[in-house]
Write a protein that binds this ligand. Structure first.
Ligand code: EPZ
Length: 440
């Protein structure tokens, strides 16, 4: 018996009723923690990270670091201490690195500090091809040599990396972060042009600067990094910033299913593109300094909300990671809308499952769908294709009439901490169950 288990969520649909209520605290951001952990390789001393979300991708990144002999100590439920010991392997284990895209981030600090790194093509969601050409071109410009054979990349930079002037033909979040970190230890100055401006990038740069780096322009399209020596934390703590995608996902879920909902420990300023659209649609959102509130939302029928169209865009535009949740919202409001996914070519495929539940969604091309609302959704058995669509399925299942089963819970657990537990605390009937998949 191999004892393998398959987990799934059982969700009781609310059939359009808005009965959830309560408070949900926003976790630390997945896409910040997955860069802060590799950033610890830039330091000569130990780095304490707090507000680290307990999600699968963070566990994989910790596994990967430990497999490279980096010391990662669990300090408490949400804190880890990271320190590069005497020796560090720069061979990223295929079985771990292939499971998430952010494994490629390790190449920046590793190549800059140790002069070598090898990795398989990084894995991650099936939302698109996910190439790494921008990373490889950036490292070549910084003086690295690259060998690639049957999906294994070996990068070397004997004598270290040198500063370079790099223009990104496509805005890439993790290519910006990875090369920004590599440049911190490169000889000379690096300029990153057409860089991503996500808030997680500025937050990381501010911490690295506090520990001795010289990074200017993070959060704008041009970042200039003067390379230098290893950084020192000297007891400074990196606190992972709130997860804007999680907060936005809960806001959309609340708009459709909650009477009263407070989302705390978040940064509303990082969600203005979503908040603006939902306010215009008629959702009664109140914004605090670090919180978002829905009050008296139960009296607002979802078909009283007005449809709007969305085009995903790099920050501060509408986040592609909120595209699936907002599409579910648009199936419930009155009017016709278009969703244009401008960043990933495979990130609208999940809409076929929503149509199966009763949504009126027509795909014009892989980048655009047209939605007509409102439509009643019926519960169904669903297989989440990626973590953000997985959460959208949970929202759809809660809105629907009748029960739903959501498989591939691992995908949801990759990005959302204890989701079923937190939804139950709001009054949702969501249960996590498992079945043995072992063969006799
Ligand atoms: C980051 O992915 C996030 N992941 C994604 O979140 C997010 O959707 C994405 O940024 C956009 O905001 C992490 O931070 C771990 P990209 P990333 O490189 O950096 C093309 C989630 O659910 N590209 O900005 O991989 C690429 O194909 C995940 O939390 C190249 O062509 O995205 C895409 O079309 C999903 N060559 C565009 O750039 C490259 O070398 C943007 O991708 C790199 C990227």
């Amino acid at each position: 018996m191999n004892g393998a288990q398959r987990e799934f969520l059982k969700v009781a649909g609310l059939a359009g009723k808005k009965t959830l209520r309560g408070t949900v605290r926003t976790s630390g951001a997945k896409n910040a923690a997955l860069k802060a952990l590799p950033a610890a390789l830039l330091f000569s001393d130990e780095v304490l990270l707090t507000n680290v979300p307990r999600i699968e991708d963070v566990s994989r990144m910790v596994e990967l670091l430990r497999s490279c002999l980096v010391e990662v100590e669990d300090v408490d439920e949400a804190s880890v201490r990271v320190k590069v010991g005497g020796s560090c392997s720069t061979v990223l284990r295929r079985d771990i690195a292939e499971r998430m895209r952010s494994s490629v981030v390790l190449t920046g600090p590793m190549l800059a500090r140790f002069g070598s790194v090898s990795l398989p093509h990084p894995g991650g969601c099936v939302i698109g091809e996910r190439p790494i050409d921008l990373f490889l071109e950036g490292f070549l410009a910084m003086g690295a040599h690259i060998n690639e054979s049957d999906g294994l990349y070996e990068l070397s930079a004997k004598g270290g990396l040198r500063g370079a002037d790099i223009f990104f033909p496509i805005v890439s979040v993790i290519a910006t972060e990875t090369l920004m970190m590599a440049a911190v230890l490169a000889k000379g100055t690096t300029v990153l042009r057409n860089a991503a401006m996500e808030p997680e990038i500025l937050h990381l740069a501010n911490f690295l600067n506090a520990c001795g780096a010289s990074i200017r322009g993070a959060g704008t399209t041009t970042i200039t990094i003067k390379g230098g020596e290893l950084l020192t934390a000297r007891g400074r703590t990196y606190r992972v910033m709130p997860d804007r995608i999680e907060a936005g996902s809960f806001l959309i879920l609340g708009a459709l299913t909650a009477d009263e909902l407070s989302i705390t420990d978040c940064e509303p300023e990082h969600l203005q593109s979503l908040v603006h659209l939902l306010l215009r649609s008629g959702v009664p959102i109140e914004q605090g300094q670090h919180s978002l509130h829905l009050r008296g939302n139960g009296a607002r029928r979802n078909d009283s909300f007005k449809a709007f169209s969305v085009r995903t865009h790099e920050y501060p535009g509408f986040a592609t990671d909120l595209q699936a949740p907002v599409t579910v919202f648009l199936t419930q409001v009155t009017g016709e809308s278009k969703v244009f996914e401008s960043i990933f070519e495979g990130r609208l495929n999940y809409t076929a499952d929503l149509v199966g539940m009763g949504a009126d969604i027509t795909m014009g091309n892989p980048h655009q769908v047209r939605i007509k609302g409102p439509t009643r959704l019926r519960g169904a058995e669903l297989h989440g294709p990626d973590l953000r669509a997985g959460l959208a399925y949970v929202i759809a299942a809660l809105v629907a009439e009748g029960p739903s089963i959501i498989n591939n819970v691992y995908y949801i657990d990759r990005g959302y901490e204890r989701l079923d537990e937190r939804l139950r605390s709001l009054g949702a009937d969501v249960v996590r169950e498992s079945v043995s998949t072992s063969r006799p």
